[in-house]
Design a protein around this ligand. Structure first.
Ligand code: N01
Length: 530
């Protein structure tokens, strides 16, 4: 006799994607269980509690739009709200929609196996139980599997080692401490100025210099906020027309179509405005190397003007195109290197040899430390999915299937993995966009697919191999027309040793949405319903 599934759907992850998915599935009448590794909701914002952590998309935009009342009742205190406030918002949403009753916290999925004969997923968790569901939805986030650097002897260290992506739930006081930060990505760039204010001495180990533009964070202006709230619908619609799903529109000219004076004026205006819109100073910075160089040179000049020691300024100046790696948004990052208690080490010149009981030994000296902060990023986009140990039809492991890089249809489904969906998976715009609207679009799409299947009396949903191959080629073709493949970014998996070098996100939110809408109109082409 065939086995019946305990749940219609199991969702993994209770971040913004998992919470909204739960909300929609309940409306669809599904029996749902959400399994969450953390002790609370919030995903990224639950784990990334490092000093200085805040959003780099304006908070008025980095928020849910599915519920009018929710939008109206929540007030953000700052332009870029800090992590504790975003976590409070996530908790507010969980309370408001009474989501917690269907979430199992402090529980990790250790494997997920599709059983063809019973047409269900068997999900094993670290508490030694197995749960079954017809549908499995991974809302595991794109940047949730920390990248631990391979440095000799980390266990030897007698002080504390932290990872920015797994920060403890208590205040860490670095006063009077000798601290090292390894890495200079977005997390480090936010944390370094805050840690440097406390620490006796801070040593920053840099492998690759990054571009950072000033955030110009400020308290929310109540008049502006009310205007935004009154016009939310219009603003959200406008944001959906830009490549990255954010409201700031790119200036509609090529950087090389204007003269040097006007170009500089434009960069200066965006620099003063602050934040990620800098990359929209002109409309071709990510597709034209020559244009890109002009923006890169502008920022490098700012670094030289800010950092007093020319040698340090040179080390901090990136060599890759700007925006090729995720642009960082900072509050006093470059200025921090003028402090007498801060030292920068370029590990390409002076490699880390090992971690010792009381510090780090480099090729030239021993540095005594009380604390080490690994700001070394994530096994992005595929890390958490592969960790779930997913086996599809005929026991094919997803990790093995993705040996040469991930292949998906629309970033939400995979051939040979029936009734399995991903929210913001590889092949979707996700990390190149404002994540909140992207998440909502994805959840709505999965919801519509499930609803379509139900309406037509079908239970099994699977992406076809052909649709998946075509989508994969399309994602790569678009990426190849940009500067993105030209540097070693986590978009390409290049930050993790041994990871295949494949560009994972989809470039262009509006085009992606238009394609999804067409697919839906045509009865969800590329999916097989049985
Ligand atoms: O991680 P990263 P992150 N030895 O990968 C270095 C989002 N985010 O956590 O560039 C020495 O960017 C590594 O060097 P390299 C945002 O999307 C958002 O900072 O690989 N160094 C790099 O410098 C962001 O892009 C916010 O050569 C090593 C750093 O560690 C993404 O998360 C805030 C090393 C890692 O930088 C990831 O950011 C924070 C080693 N073995 C993050 N291994 C918002 O504001 C790695 N590195 C919303």
């Amino acid at each position: 006799m065939s086995q019946k599934a305990e749940f219609d759907t199991i969702v993994v992850g209770a971040g913004f994607a998992g919470m909204y998915m739960l909300y929609r599935l309940r409306m669809l009448g599904h029996r749902v269980l959400v399994i969450e590794k953390g002790g609370g909701v919030g995903g990224t914002w639950y784990w990334n509690r490092y000093p200085g952590a805040r959003c780099d998309v304006p908070s008025m935009e980095y928020s849910y739009q599915f519920d009018h009342q929710l939008q109206q009742e929540w007030n953000w205190s700052e332009r870029y709200s800090p992590q504790p406030e975003i976590l409070r918002y996530a908790n507010h949403v969980a309370d408001r929609f009474q989501l917690r009753s269907d979430i199992l916290f402090n529980t990790t999925v250790i494997s997920a196996d599709y059983e063809d004969e019973n047409n269900l997923w068997k999900i094993a968790t670290n508490d030694q139980t197995i749960k079954t569901a017809t549908y499995l939805i991974a809302a595991t986030g794109c940047l949730s599997s920390p990248n631990e650097p391979t440095i000799s002897n980390p266990g030897e260290f007698s002080g504390e080692i932290y990872h920015t992506g797994r920060w403890p739930n208590e205040q860490i006081d670095f006063s009077n401490k000798n601290v090292a930060v390894i890495g200079t990505g977005s997390s480090a760039i936010q944390a370094i100025p805050v840690i440097a204010k406390q620490a006796k001495h801070l040593t920053v180990f840099q492998r690759t210099a990054n571009y950072a533009v000033p955030a110009r964070n400020a308290k929310t202006d109540p008049v502006e906020r009310d205007h935004f709230k009154k016009n939310y619908k219009k603003f959200r619609k406008l944001a959906a027309t830009t490549r990255n799903g954010q409201l700031a529109q790119p200036y509609d000219k090529s950087a090389i179509a204007v003269n040097q004076r006007d170009r500089k004026k434009q960069y200066e205006a965006r620099w003063q405005q602050g934040g990620l819109p800098f990359i929209g100073s002109f409309n071709d910075l990510i597709i034209n190397q020559k244009s890109n160089q002009t923006a890169a040179e502008f920022v490098k000049q700012k670094i030289r003007e800010t950092v007093k020691d020319p040698k340090t300024a040179a080390i901090l100046s990136p060599t890759s195109p700007i925006g090729c790696k995720r642009l960082c948004v900072d509050s006093g990052y470059y200025e921090t290197f003028n402090q007498p208690n801060v030292t920068l080490i370029d590990i390409n010149q002076t490699p880390i040899d090992s971690i010792t009981s009381n510090g780090i030994t480099t090729s030239t000296k021993k540095i005594e430390l009380d604390s080490i902060v690994m700001a070394t990023g994530f096994d992005a986009m595929t890390g958490s999915l592969e960790k779930m140990n997913i086996s599809g039809r005929n026991g094919v492991k997803l990790k093995e299937r993705w040996n040469a890089g991930p292949k998906t249809y629309l970033g939400i489904a995979c051939n040979d993995y029936p009734n399995f969906f991903m929210i913001t998976g590889p092949g979707s715009p996700s990390v190149l966009t404002n994540m909140l609207p992207t998440i909502e679009q994805h959840v709505n799409l999965v919801n519509d697919i499930l609803s379509h299947a139900k309406k037509h009396g079908r239970q099994n949903i699977e992406a076809t191999a052909e649709a998946q191959d075509t989508w994969h080629d399309h994602v790569n073709e678009i990426a190849s027309k940009t500067i993105y493949p030209s540097c070693n970014s986590w978009y390409l998996g290049a930050n993790v040793a041994g990871k295949p070098r494949v560009f994972m996100p989809y470039v262009g939110f509006p085009d992606y949405v238009a394609r999804c809408e067409k697919i839906a109109q045509d009865g969800f082409t590329g999916f097989c319903f049985s």
